[in-house]
Ligand binder design. Sequence first.
Ligand SMILES: [Zn+2]
Ligand SMILES: [Zn+2]
Length: 317
Amino acid sequence: MIDVGGVGYLVEASARTLEALGATGGEVTIHTEMLVGEDFLRLLGFAKAEERDWFRLLTSVQGVGAKVALAILSALEITDLQRALASGDSAMIARANGVGPKLAQRITHELKDKAGALGGIAGGGAAYVSTTPGPLADAVTALTGLGFKPGEASSAVAAASEELGADASLDALVRVALKKAAKMTNRIRHAACRCGQIRIACTGEPIRISVCHCGECKARSGSAFAAQVRFPEEQVSTEGEAKMWQYTGDSGNIADFFFCGTCGSGVWYRARPYHDAYAVPLGNFEPGHGFVPDYSVYEDRMEPWVSITGDAIEHYD
Ligand SMILES: [Zn+2]
Ligand SMILES: [Zn+2]
């Protein structure tokens, strides 16, 4: 509800806009769109003109009404939306409430070419490289060969090229672009507690995947060791109600452990002082996650019959 010179307007908005508006009672500037139907009149509000432009573009697709468009703009940042469309990643669009796989595919298909014309990735630089033969195009090919989507590969190479300068070698471009691509990949992996009350969506790649043999991890997991995947806070979104238990270890470090009050599954923990990361038990992820540990720690407490193998793994006592 927005008070304009004493008149109250009921304005519908995306979750993102509502967040941007701040606390009740404050003064706001908002971009609006009026929807007029046979028996209704609705006012939609957008924190940024850019969001309104995207709303108009989304609703140009058959089957996408105001509600679905707002749900998409609530679920995705505009840069992510643009990237999802550019790379044809309809699963990303399907994250929004009320958007099924078929509708997501139609949106991706119809807006694939139009999306580039609108603002979004701009600010980070409209990050696509041309397909003219040369090191840039070769670097894109190298990344797509490694499994990155064309849109992701292209924007990662563009970012790498910007960092390294015009005469960067193919080798350097690929090396830097790989690091960037790993951060910007749109892959989403889902985890949940056993009863499904709590759901966790992790976007992009984790900071670290570790196996720990310490007594606390054994007690927490009820197993001979625990495996967890750490994601930065901004890559994690959670649904459902988690209960928290705080534990202070022998070292004096505090960690907040979250679990489901219904089924008892541990769903994530946040260790201090690195409280900006979520450690999610690897076993909570849906099959096909592809996570392979890169660290095995407290191996001096490893059960004698356990062995953690793999070329990439680092072992610590
Ligand atoms: Zn549960
Ligand atoms: Zn541990």
